[in-house]
Design a protein around this ligand. Structure first.
Ligand code: GDP
Ligand code: MG
Length: 786
């Protein structure tokens, strides 16, 4: 029987794991290995995928993949799964003298420290959601975005440890294993192997310690000096668990420091250990974890034979030999290539491996994964007292009954999104925006009257009044709405809800050729397309990534909000939030249609399997949310006073002078009118041939907000209402929803997909926008509007 045949609540022991290649390796790395117990938690509302529990954490899997995993049912006796903390174990706790402090690896005053002034580089490595970013922020005091969705950290971030100017810490994307599965996992592995940090800070989530230590063991094999930071100690201890730190250090051979990154506990101690280990280049005491007598010792003999076989090649390739050995036994082709073994050696390797496979009774990858988990079981049963139950986990299960329940999940998701949109655009946003706008207006009055009293030249007055205040000021007033939107998005992300949305929506997204994971970049896209495009790196297949990147621009970003708000205020007052929601929906529908077209044409084939961790819900920390909002506001203000300001000034200049640099009375004769005249004919059929509209749209390429700052400048003082019809405004709204993303977004698309795709996106979206605007105009005219 297979995993697929189990019902919710049923447990079973894995017998064998089918499938092949990177995906199968990923299953093994996530702890799905023969002999391990799994429990089905629930099926997604649409029946697929399935959520299961293994090694004490939750994982999602599609039915088609679950079918590949053969299991044997066990009858579960109530409460037998968690072992009760015994008194004896608790008493073994002692103070923490710790490895890596002076005197343990080398006598005091001896050792061979790196010369002063040499930068100590650290890699921060750990599973997704283990708290790397939180720790990074504590270490460096920097404002990094912290999220509770697997894979929020997609780019490399460096920072100096506070108070230690000769250090550099790099926050790497979360990985579960040193076998790369998605492109960002490869980033992390390459960083460790190629950039050769002076030391590794391995952050281990102590609430799912088994899975976390799996990565730790592979890091130990590299022989790079390392400290283990046991994070989330507050949760473990709060639930009645504990860790014998000294015993764990003895077994792992590296310093282990209990910390709580979120509560800033133990971080100081971690820093001093890490710096000491890096300074004295104290390597892990052990790299060997294959017991010579465990399971007949077949894996042990194989590993050591291979080790000797490849020793010289590994050295030449600059790879840690023990690490390379276990990787090529697993069948890692990237490492095998780097080793450049000759044919004889490869044959010998294959012989050794197949001998091991037949002695051990497991295939190569399962045997290595099994060896690792055997060692880990030894460590955790010796050193960790797991709590009988976990409050956070119970709370999450309870919340999931509603949030991922069969009949409630989708209504709840729709309701959540509706509330977010209503509050952002209908309630808080406009209210705060009004306050902001009146503030800016008041400031403008003061400046204008001051200039009039000081008899400043009319040209300068026009620059300040029309250029600065009308242009940049009108954009600035949208800051509150944008911040509100980001506030909600960050709450969704930090709380762990987005991961559930991915789980619930996977089946639907598969219908349009994507996987549930793609929902994350899409939701982030409602904030800004740039990070959305970057976050697609968490997707394990190139096909899914491409397709998702091409779709994210259809999710209206916050920079388009000023455009919507501006037109709604001017032409459709009172119906704002309906129209704006309609535009968002139109964008989504267009995206879906595009996806269906892509699926049939450019991107044939299936979306990648959906293997994802569902983290416990966590209350987003106020500090993290505030930091994010502060960053977004700063970003926005910087844009307003750089790109948007410059665009506004250029527009103002071009429309105030003619080619002879004479100030013009009628803007029709200005340079701008002449230049825009070249593009106007293309836009005339959609009713947007007015040179001022054309100019605004072109400036929107720099930054979407510029569309309205430009309009304010060009249509003042009469205002846009006097010049355009309601129908034109409607076409304009649809056009700006769909036409080319801004320069920054295009640049990030180019970085991910290359120049060709980026150019294609610009042309294609402009064409699409034109067609849609044309349709709106035709329908409107047919209805007798305009
Ligand atoms: P990353 O994916 O590894 O970068 O993890 P994050 O730093 O984004 O953290 C994931 C979640 O764990 C966030 O919601 C944090 O607030 C939370 N978290 C991080 N460290 C701790 C900790 O020590 N204790 C508790 N209770 N939560 C933590
Ligand atoms: Mg992170």
């Amino acid at each position: 029987m297979t995993l697929k045949d189990l019902k919710p609540g049923q447990s079973a022991v894995i017998r064998s794991v089918g499938g092949e290649g990177a995906l199968r390796q990923h299953f093994l790395d996530m702890g799905m290995i023969p002999g391990v117990e799994v429990t089905i938690v629930q099926y997604a509302p649409m029946g697929d995928p399935v959520e299961l529990r293994v090694h004490g954490y939750e994982l999602t899997l599609r039915l088609a993949d679950a079918e590949q995993i053969a299991v044997e049912e066990i009858k579960k006796t109530e409460g037998a799964s968690a072992e009760a903390p015994s008194e004896e174990k608790r008493q073994r706790q002692t103070d923490h003298p710790g490895l890596g402090e002076e005197g343990r690896f080398h006598p005091k005053g001896s050792g061979d420290p790196l010369p002063d002034g040499e930068t100590l580089t650290f890699a921060l490595v750990g599973n997704q959601n283990s708290g790397k970013t939180t720790l990074f922020n504590e270490l460096t005091g920097s404002n990094q975005h912290v999220g509770n969705f697997p894979g929020v950290t997609v780019d490399r971030k460096d920072g100096v440890i506070r108070g230690h100017s000769d250090t550099l810490v790099t926050d790497l994307p979360g990985i579960y294993s040193m076998s790369p599965y998605s492109s960002e996992e490869l980033v992390s592995r390459d960083f460790v192997l190629k950039e050769k940090p002076r030391a590794i800070i391995n952050i281990v989530d102590v609430t799912s310690v088994d899975r976390s230590l799996y990565l730790t063991m592979q890091l130990l094999e590299t022989g790079i000096p390392m400290v283990v930071a046991l994070n989330m100690m507050d949760e473990l201890v709060g639930n009645g668990g504990s860790v014998d730190i000294n015993a764990m250090e003895d077994m792992l051979g590296v310093p282990v420091i209990p910390i709580s990154a979120a509560k800033n506990q133990g971080v100081g101690e971690l820093i001093s250990h890490a710096i000491h280990v890096a300074k004295y280049q104290e390597k892990p005491l052990y790299r060997d974890f294959c017991g010579s007598d465990s399971n007949g010792g077949a894996v042990h003999r194989c590993l050591h034979a291979v080790r000797h076989l490849i020793e010289d090649h590994a050295e030449e390739a600059g790879l840690p030999v023990r690490f390379a050995s276990s990787k090529i036994i697993e069948g890692d082709s990237l490492i095998l290539e780097q080793l450049k073994l000759d044919r004889n050696e490869i044959e010998t390797l294959e012989h050794i491996v197949s001998q091991m496979e037949s002695e051990r009774g497991l295939d190569r990858s399962a045997a290595i994964a099994g060896m690792r988990y055997d060692f880990i079981r030894g460590v955790t049963s010796e050193c960790v007292v797991k709590p009988r139950e976990n409050k956070e986990h119970i709370r999450s299960r309870r919340a999931d009954r509603l949030l991922t329940g069969k009949y409630t999940a989708i209504p709840v998701f729709v309701a959540v999104m509706a509330v977010i949109f209503f509050v952002t655009f209908g309630l808080i946003g406009p209210f705060l925006q009004d306050i902001m706008a009146s503030g800016i207006d008041a400031l403008k009055e003061v400046c204008v009257s001051a200039m009039q009293r000081g008899s400043v030249s009319p040209v300068l007055q026009s620059l300040v009044e029309d250029g600065l205040f009308e242009g940049v000021g009108s954009v600035l007033s949208f800051l509150p709405i944008i911040v509100t939107m980001f506030f909600f998005l960050s709450i969704l992300e930090d709380s762990g809800y987005i991961a559930r949305v991915a789980f619930v929506m996977d089946k639907l997204l598969r219908k349009i050729g994507l996987s549930g994971r793609s929902i994350v970049p899409m939701l982030i896209g409602f904030g800004c397309t740039v990070p959305a495009v970057m976050s697609t790196r968490t997707l394990p297949s190139a096909r899914d990534r491409r397709m998702t990147i091409l779709l994210t621009p259809f999710m209206s970003c916050t920079a388009k909000l000023p455009i919507y708000g501006f037109f709604v205020n001017a032409f459709f007052p009172g119906r704002g939030w309906w129209i704006i929601t309609g535009l968002y929906l139109l964008g989504i529908v267009t995206g879906i249609v595009m996806a269906l077209i892509f699926k049939k044409s450019l991107f044939k084939g299936e979306a990648v399997p959906f293997v994802m961790e569902l983290p416990n819900y966590r209350l987003p920390s106020a500090k993290n949310v505030l930091q994010l909002l502060w960053e977004k506001s700063k970003d926005f203000l910087q844009r307003a006073f750089s790109v948007i300001l410059i665009a506004t000034l250029v527009v103002w200049f071009l429309q105030s002078f003619d080619f002879g640099l004479n100030a013009v009375d009628d803007a029709q004769t200005s340079m701008l009118a002449v230049i825009a005249g070249f593009i106007s004919p293309i836009m005339r059929p959609v009713g947007m041939g007015d040179w001022r509209i054309v100019t605004s749209l072109v400036s929107g390429f720099m930054a979407k907000e510029s569309v309205i700052s430009t309009m304010e400048v060009l249509f003042s003082p009469a205002g846009v209402e006097s010049a355009l019809s309601g129908l034109t405004a409607a076409s304009m709204l649809v056009f700006s929803l769909l036409y080319t993303p801004c320069v920054a977004a295009i640049a990030s698309i180019k970085r991910e997909l290359g120049r060709g795709w980026a150019v294609l996106v610009v042309l294609w979206q402009c064409g699409l926008a034109w067609a849609a605007a044309f349709a709106v105009r035709m329908i409107g005219l047919a209805m007798g509007l305009g």
